[in-house]
Design a protein around this ligand. Structure first.
Ligand code: SF4
Length: 100
């Protein structure tokens, strides 16, 4: 959990509840590091936090499975998944920009 009254970040939620592929994930209990932008945080703080999250991903035994899960979720995956920041700052459900 990221705080009282808040939902856990998606990787932790999946690891704990939905996706058996992510059992044993190194991020369990560290979801606060993996969130997208957090209220009151400046860009450098977000970058530092995400770098810490990516280091955890680097030693995660289910990193490949996480990358697959993130690809399946596509734009619904935000924050750090499998060592990469996904959909930073993009609200879920917002259509991608299409070149004309
Ligand atoms: S690769 Fe990273 S985000 Fe994915 S399950 Fe492992 S620690 Fe969590």
């Amino acid at each position: 959990m990221t705080g009282k009254g808040k939902w856990p970040a998606a990787p932790e939620l999946l690891a704990n509840l939905f996706d058996e592929r992510l059992v044993g994930a190194a991020c369990v209990g560290r979801a606060n590091l993996f969130d997208d932008h957090r209220h009151g945080e400046d860009e450098q703080q977000t970058a530092d936090r995400h770098a810490e999250a990516a280091r955890i991903c680097g030693r995660c035994p289910v990193r490949d499975q996480c990358d697959t899960a993130a690809a399946e979720l596509d734009r619904a995956a935000s924050g750090v998944w499998a060592g990469r920041v996904r959909n930073a700052g993009r609200p879920i459900g917002r259509p991608p920009r299409v070149a004309s």
